[in-house]
Design a protein around this ligand. Structure first.
Ligand SMILES: CC(C)(COP(=O)(O)OP(=O)(O)OC[C@H]1O[C@@H](n2cnc3c(N)ncnc32)[C@H](O)[C@@H]1OP(=O)(O)O)[C@@H](O)C(=O)NCCC(=O)NCCS
Length: 161
């Protein structure tokens, strides 16, 4: 449903997304939650777990791509849309700015700490670890640890580390 214009089709898709995502976030175990997340359009690989109360963007769940063996822990927010401020001006309501959408990709083996917020357009690299409460605004490289708001890489793992 990632566009700015309401049609019967995308309003009903939005209602469906809210129902699936709303049910999923309170279900257990995680395998059952995944069924409902997939029904809303989220792509989830095998062995991945999405914790309870994770908040998945109901306006564009199809833009979220989660690899294999990923952990998205409790209370994380995955956000795929925001206002496009390029046309924002003094005296104009910000709500008049169009929404812009961008995908989130979380690659195999990544771990997203409790309460982190992943912003639109971000790719979390394979095996990357995101600290609890972080706000991730830029891509995070594979096998690194990133923390804070905005999240910065504090450790990298690799040959010689
Ligand atoms: C990010 C994390 C993995 C780092 O663990 P670590 O590699 O052992 O790192 P350290 O504890 O040595 O911390 C390294 C630095 O990062 C800081 N830091 C650690 N976690 C942080 C966080 N979430 N936000 C901001 N800063 C953080 C530490 O204060 C420390 O800073 P300093 O060097 O200035 O003292 C861990 O702190 C974390 O947040 N894990 C997620 C926990 C979670 O959500 N668990 C869910 C249940 S499975």
């Amino acid at each position: 449903m990632a566009n700015n214009h309401r049609t019967i089709g995308n309003v009903s898709q939005g209602v469906w997304n809210r129902i699936c995502l709303g049910i999923a976030r309170h279900l257990f175990p995680a395998q059952v939650r995944n069924v409902f997340y997939r029904m809303a359009g989220v792509k989830i690989g095998t062995g991945s777990k999405i914790g309870a109360t994770v908040d998945i963007d109901h306006s564009a769940p199809e833009l979220i791509n989660i690899g294999n063996n990923v952990w998205v822990t409790r209370g994380v927010m995955l956000l795929c849309h925001q206002r496009d401020l390029t046309q924002y001006e003094v005296g104009k309501p910000v709500m008049d700015c169009e929404l812009k959408y961008a995908p989130i990709v979380i690659k195999d083996g990544a771990h997203i700490g409790i309460g982190a917020i992943i912003m639109p357009g971000v790719t979390i690299g394979e095996g990357a670890v995101i600290g609890a409460g972080s706000v991730v605004t830029r891509d995070i490289p594979a096998y690194s640890v990133a923390v804070g708001a905005p999240a910065k890489v504090i450790k990298k793992f690799g040959l010689g580390d």
